[in-house]
Design a protein around this ligand. Structure first.
Ligand SMILES: *Cc1c(COP(=O)(O)O)cnc(C)c1O
Length: 413
């Protein structure tokens, strides 16, 4: 827990209300919310003039290097509601060999695999669960491709909240195990994530579960927003040229875009923005299709399949927010084939000693593709998001053995 102040003190809090992302309709803070009355995501709004008065860059610089350093821009009002498992600031790791090989553009990997439960889902769920605790929610349910469920299970159990979690049949074994070990009831369902979402919706109606689906509760975005706050601070309140983000439900992309807007309004950055590049797998690319067709919404992608399970999301409630951020930033949406993801993962591990997760590898594959077709240039500084630890995924079996009882040819080893 925070060592700089006492537990029962109030946090400096500037939340004014929640706002429908589609209609702008105002919803009261400090109440349990899912979607807005118009059935769209709710965004948390702050008194940013107040934050501007209260927070300075110097003050921020003196705080512990974790997510709670941005407390003025976060929704939790009381210290006692923070359900922390140690949400550290994640490093930005340069990949100089690959940069050189590809023509000199700086490649920087933001390594989110170091967060609790091994993925950036911790950022969103620590906020959702802290707010659930503050609002007295007793039972949370969620459809998940794995990592979100693991983070929910961990934080909810830490907070003493019950959880019921549904994942597609072929969810990685490690995710199902970690969810169960961390105290949740978890079920494999014969369907995709949106089929699991329907079960959560029915459970909400029948037995009163709180629906923790992506963007169907307002606070995960606020947690994911810290990626943008952190990135800006780590860049000395400047910006990279482009951000390659593996996009499923899009919480992180939407959250970062919101973060940059808030940082400008409190005077920490200017109007310069990175190009936001939404990366999807070719086997599940609803955003790329909608982007290419100039549409505002993305219909469900049928027969979704990819090895990058974290971005296998056939339909996203925040589709219009993702597409808006991508377009406003001058970015684009791009799809990569699974074999290109595998090559990218292998290349970064072999050349730079850095094990990406498949979704992270998709961003590197997309960067190479965009460089080749001229959509990014060789002088661009780019940030690739490695959103989970590569160790959470099935790894190739290595068969090589050594018989210690036979003569060993050391020169050949
Ligand atoms: C959830 C997840 C994503 C997608 O993140 P969104 O912000 O929901 O689009 C990407 N990669 C991994 C590993 C994930 O767990």
């Amino acid at each position: 827990m925070r060592h700089d102040d006492n537990l029962t003190a109030d946090l400096p809090n500037f939340v004014t209300h929640l706002e429908c992302a589609m209609t702008g309709e105002r919803h009261e803070a400090d109440q349990v919310h899912n979607l807005s009355r118009a059935g769209k995501p709710l965004l948390v709004r702050y008194d940013l003039a107040g934050v501007k008065q209260a927070l300075t860059k110097d003050k921020l610089a003196q705080r512990p290097a974790d997510l709670w350093r941005y407390r003025e821009l976060l929704p939790v009002r009381r210290k006692q509601d923070i359900v922390s498992l140690g949400e550290i600031m994640t490093p930005i790791v340069p990949m100089p060999k690959l940069s050189k090989r590809l023509g000199g553009g700086e490649i920087l990997v933001k390594d989110e695999g170091r967060l609790p439960t091994g993925s950036f889902k911790a950022r969103g769920l620590v906020m959702a669960v802290s707010m659930a605790k503050a609002l007295g929610i007793k039972h949370m349910a969620m459809p998940t491709n794995g990592n979100a469920g693991a983070a929910l299970a961990a934080y909810a159990t830490h907070a003493g909240i019950k959880t019921t979690i549904f994942c597609p049949e072929d969810t990685p074994e490690v995710n199902v195990s970690e969810i169960a070990l961390q105290g949740a009831s978890v079920y494999r369902v014969n369907g995709l994530i949106d089929d699991c979402g329907k079960i959560v919706g029915e459970g909400k109606a029948k037995v009163g579960w709180f629906d923790t689906s992506t963007l169907k509760e307002p606070y995960r975005i606020e947690g994911k927003k810290t990626m943008g706050l952190e990135l800006a601070e780590q860049f000395g309140w400047d910006m990279p040229d482009a951000i390659f983000y593996p996009t499923g439900g899009g919480t992180g992309l939407i959250g970062m875009w919101k973060a940059f807007d808030e940082l400008e309004k409190i005077g920490f950055i200017g109007s310069k923005r990175p190009r936001m590049i939404a990366v999807q797998a070719a086997g599940c690319a609803p955003m790329v299709k909608a982007y290419d067709e100039g549409k505002e919404h993305a219909p469900r992608w049928e027969n979704a399949h990819t090895i990058a399970s974290g971005i296998r999301v056939p339909q996203a409630v925040g589709d219009f927010l993702i597409l808006r951020a991508v377009r406003e930033s001058g970015g684009f949406a791009i799809a990569v084939e699974d074999p290109a993801i595998e090559v990218a993962l292998d290349e970064m591990a072999r050349e730079e000693g850095f094990l990406l997760c498949p979704e992270g590898a998709a961003t590197y594959a997309a960067y190479k593709q965009a460089l080749a077709d001229g959509r990014v240039s060789k002088t661009d500084r780019v940030v690739l998001f490695n959103c989970a630890s590569g160790l959470k995924y099935p790894l190739p079996k290595i068969e090589k053995k050594l018989d210690r009882l036979k003569p060993i040819d050391y020169a050949a080893l």
